[in-house]
Design a binder for this molecule. Structure first.
Ligand SMILES: [Zn+2]
Length: 501
């Protein structure tokens, strides 16, 4: 029974190295037990495998499942009352966010991701509270949500061991505050201090627990250079090598991070510093990488290091414009991450791709910015490379996982679309929220015309909403006050940091 045919007027299999989409018109994919067996003309596939159910029709486009390569949370910071601010101030405002059940929270964003064609997510978990037993329970709740809905997920727990609020020593910052606020900051800090040994134990436990899972994998995430000592980075590098898992690390997201890196490294910069630590290579993905220089891009390309482009986040938090054309031209695999929330404050991956394909066009008559097909490659094959699933997903080819999104032509071609419009361009430019009809993960339909096949979306959202209608707890109220009181001091801390050009 575990086989099916997925049919489309256009089956978009992958994007070739020259940037051209490889498309089978009037095509079909035959999958068995979650693996693609054969792709070809629908007439041939249906004759050979006529007993199998057919998903999709001659009026659909079939795409490889999309990969959201950088994700953290369900209820967005904006929904929590945190306005868009420059990243460093926004981090201080986030202290006031509420406690949300991690299982329901994860399902909430999974609904949005899947409905926009995402089959795989890189979940970078940053808020599981200590001690280790609670961190483990929180991690399991996140993972259980993906298992429940049927989504493929690469999970990591963020590791940090210093500079937990500003890009400077915690105790020195506490000492710079008025005494009462200093005590409140220290109380908040106590919840943030997690021994690296515990983070490593959590990774090793989870890695062993999900070793044989088809849809869940575990990897590593040192959060960013300013939040990790060299000693911790070296431990993570060795751990990744020993277990052969990828590392996802935020880097050079803002000019302030670039300034910090210059100070810490005596001017050599974050990328060369990581290179000297032996961290660059295909196993490492740099999240954001907005402020990488031309020389650094060259080194990323030489070493096969990946980058994850978080376009909406870079715009909303005033981080800057990542050099996407230069990265792609140098041959760096660039994935796409919606990060906390996209430009519409939701997790619409096709919207994010549309933004990526539009945001890097520069004045002048030459074409700049990735085209539609290149953007699709970023959101599929390159995204896959940044996860432990690697070449198991990301394109539609025999032997790979049967992860697909089906988009009816009516979602983008009504009432008229000229035949000359390339199909991938049309899907990216015109498909809106709700345009994806069917999502398949490992051969299983997890989303079917607005309905999640395994989870009752309305019931989950009602439970989440009821929980958040409760008044703020004492702890939540205290955090909100701490956050508001800290804000002017955080602003002041960065007065000594000048944006670098
Ligand atoms: Zn992030």
């Amino acid at each position: 029974m575990a086989s099916s045919i997925i049919r489309g007027r256009h089956v978009v299999c992958r994007v070739d190295p020259a940037g051209r989409p490889v498309i089978v018109d009037d095509g079909a994919v035959f999958q068995r037990d979650g693996r693609i067996v054969e792709i070809g003309p629908f007439a041939d596939i249906s004759r050979k495998h006529e007993a199998d159910p057919t998903i999709g029709s001659g009026d659909d486009v079939v795409l490889p499942g999309l990969v959201n390569s950088h994700h953290h949370l369900g209820i967005t910071p904006f929904q929590h009352g945190v306005p868009d601010l420059p990243l460093e101030l926004w981090l201080a405002a986030r202290i006031g966010m509420r406690d949300v059940d991690p299982y329901l929270d994860t399902l909430y964003s999974a609904f949005e991701m899947i409905a926009s064609g995402v089959t795989t997510v890189q979940h970078l978990h940053g808020r599981g509270p200590p001690p280790l037993a609670r961190m483990h329970a929180s991690a399991k709740a996140v993972i259980r949500a993906y298992e429940a809905i049927g989504m493929r997920a690469s999970y990591s727990y963020g590791i940090r061991d210093q500079n937990r609020l500003v890009y400077g020593d915690d105790d020195a910052f506490a000492a710079s505050l008025p005494p009462v606020l200093g005590d409140r900051f220290r109380a908040w800090l106590r919840e943030q201090i997690i021994p690296v040994d515990d983070c490593i134990a959590l990774f090793e436990t989870l890695h062993a627990e999900y070793r044989s899972s088809e849809r869940i994998r575990i990897q590593l995430a040192p959060v960013n250079l300013q939040w990790c000592s060299d000693q911790t980075l070296a431990r993570i590098r060795d751990l990744a090598e020993r277990h052969d898992v990828p590392i996802h690390m935020h880097l050079l997201e803002t000019p302030y991070q670039k300034d910090y890196a210059a100070q810490r490294t005596g001017g050599i910069g974050a990328v060369v510093h990581l290179d000297r630590l032996g961290m660059l290579g295909p196993r490492l993905t740099l999240g954001h990488a907005v402020w990488v220089t031309e020389n650094e891009i060259g080194r990323l390309a030489e070493t096969g290091t990946c980058v994850c482009h978080n376009c909406s986040s870079n715009i909303r938090l005033q981080s800057g414009k990542a050099p996407i054309d230069a990265l792609l031209a140098a041959g760096v695999p660039v994935a796409i991450g919606i990060d906390e929330a996209g430009i519409n404050d939701d997790r619409d991956m096709i919207q994010e791709m549309r933004l990526v394909a539009s945001a890097h066009r520069m004045p002048g008559h030459s074409r700049t910015g990735p085209g539609a097909a290149e953007t699709l490659r970023m959101a599929t094959e390159y995204g896959a490379r940044t996860t432990p699933f690697g070449a198991h997903i990301g394109t539609l080819e025999p032997g790979r996982a049967a992860d697909m999104a089906v988009v009816p032509m009516r979602a983008f071609a009504e009432p008229y679309l000229d035949e000359s419009v390339p199909i991938v361009d049309a899907v990216l430019q015109r498909t809106r929220r709700g345009g994806v009809s069917t999502v398949i993960v490992a051969g299983e339909v997890v989303y079917d015309h607005g309905r999640f096949t395994r989870v009752d979306r309305d019931a989950v959202l009602a439970e989440l909403s009821a929980a958040l209608r409760q008044p703020l707890s004492d702890a939540e109220r205290a955090r909100r006050e701490t956050s508001a009181s800290l804000m002017p001091h955080v602003r002041k801390f960065y007065e000594g940091y000048g944006p670098v050009s």
